[in-house]
Ligand binder design. Structure first.
Ligand SMILES: [Zn+2]
Length: 404
């Protein structure tokens, strides 16, 4: 079962009764966390056993299903807490600060035509939440293959979970093999006996990382006398960095998937598990892996949702292997891969050829084959470049030129 959370904003804000409900819910979650810690339990059922009776008395007006879902939220907080404690990370007793509530799918009604949510608060008291609906939202509301999951209510927006069974991936007619780098996806597209280089460029991701890193360094220096403020400011800056990068990674993923879907391609990616740059600390940060891992997660998830086949292959030696003669080269080389047999090509695209050959040898690409001789050396298909971003930021980070 695949789940996708879709954010809706509300037409006229949250009614006052709902605000009280959020506060009650948060209180119930935090009380459950404490009760769970005391009784050393984390599963929802165990929490219900430990805490339900007292809570029913403390929150007599709360809709019972909401109370059970508070136990569920508390349970997941407790599980994360326990994981951190086991890892030996010192941490405080968890406390949910954010105002939120979650309702399971039997605990609310959404009229998918009008976009009105009927949310019970207590016996005899229901409120209506009017959702603002765009074309994007319509796609989900009107799709009868999607069923409704839980509803998360936040002070300024709600998140509706849509669920569906994973569609069966199509049989590919072609394949895109992509090598994932710090600033781009480089690879090739193979259809029949034609092979072309493809590229999706996202240089801004590294630039944004660098800039936020520098900003946090400055903040730490400036606020050295006040650790708490410094920590809070840095956390906020980090969250902003993640949002800005996420936005771009989604754009890149969408472009790649659109390209693949239109040509009925399978996608081959390297398995980034366990890969980390073995360099100095400074370089480690600069080349941090998380945007690349995140990009893969987004591509895989969206592909699954749309039925596009994705194959992951072990990237070992992929950047050093000659696709013609199979020799493995010294790892130090420039932008171009050169082999004694005469083959030479862009280093990154060459790596993607090796990835594809691995996939083919494992029978993943469904009878496709690759003849490196069929390569059209002078063609480069652009899957994505920063100029394609629909929204540019006011401080000009969307253009690479002029960014330091
Ligand atoms: Zn060679």
């Amino acid at each position: 079962m695949l789940v996708k959370g879709v954010v809706f904003y509300l037409d006229s804000g949250l009614p006052a009764e709902a605000k009280f409900l959020l506060e009650d819910f948060r209180l119930a979650v935090n009380n459950t966390i404490r009760a769970g810690l005391q009784a050393r339990v984390t599963s929802r059922n165990a929490l219900v056993r430990v805490a339900y009776k007292d809570f029913r008395e403390q929150h007599p007006r709360m809709y019972a299903k909401h109370l059970v879902s508070a136990f569920e939220v508390a349970g997941s907080v407790l599980k994360n807490h326990r994981r951190r404690v086991r890892k030996g990370v010192t941490c405080r007793i968890p406390y949910v600060k954010r105002l939120m509530m979650k309702a399971e799918n039997q605990a609310y009604k959404l009229d998918r035509k009008s976009g009105v949510i009927d949310l019970p608060i207590r016996a005899g008291c229901h409120i209506d939440l009017r959702l603002i609906i765009s074309e994007y939202h319509r796609k989900y509301l009107d799709d009868t293959a999607l069923s409704l999951g839980s509803l998360t209510v936040l002070p300024d927006r709600v998140i509706v979970a849509f669920k569906k069974d994973a569609p069966k991936p199509y049989i590919p007619d072609s394949v895109i093999s992509l090598d994932t780098n710090e600033r781009s996806l480089d690879g090739l597209f193979v259809q029949g006996d034609v092979a072309k280089a493809v590229k999706a460029d996202f240089p801004e991701v590294a630039i944004i990382q660098q800039r936020h890193h520098d900003r946090r360094k400055r903040l730490q220096k400036k606020k050295a006398h006040d650790r708490r403020t410094s920590r809070n400011l840095c956390r906020r800056d980090g969250a902003r960095e993640h949002r800005r990068i996420d936005y771009r990674l989604h754009q890149v993923a969408n472009s790649v998937l659109k390209f693949a879907e239109e040509r009925k391609s399978a996608i081959v990616l390297e398995d980034l598990k366990g890969m980390r740059p073995k360099r100095s600390k400074e370089l480690n940060r600069r080349l941090s892996m998380w945007p690349r891992r995140k990009l893969h997660r987004i591509i895989e998830y969206k592909a699954q949702w749309r039925g596009i086949p994705v194959f992951k292959v072990d990237p070992r030696n992929s950047s050093r292997t000659c696709p013609i003669c199979g020799r493995i080269q010294d790892s130090r080389m420039g932008a171009e891969f050169k082999c004694e047999c005469g083959w030479h090509f862009d280093k990154h695209v060459n790596a993607s050829i090796s990835l594809l050959q691995t996939a083919i040898s494992k029978g993943m690409a469904g009878g496709l084959w690759l003849n490196p001789g069929a390569f059209q050396h002078d063609v480069m298909m652009i899957l994505y470049e920063p100029a394609m971003a629909a929204r540019s930021e006011p401080n000009g980070t969307s253009g690479v030129a002029g960014v330091t």
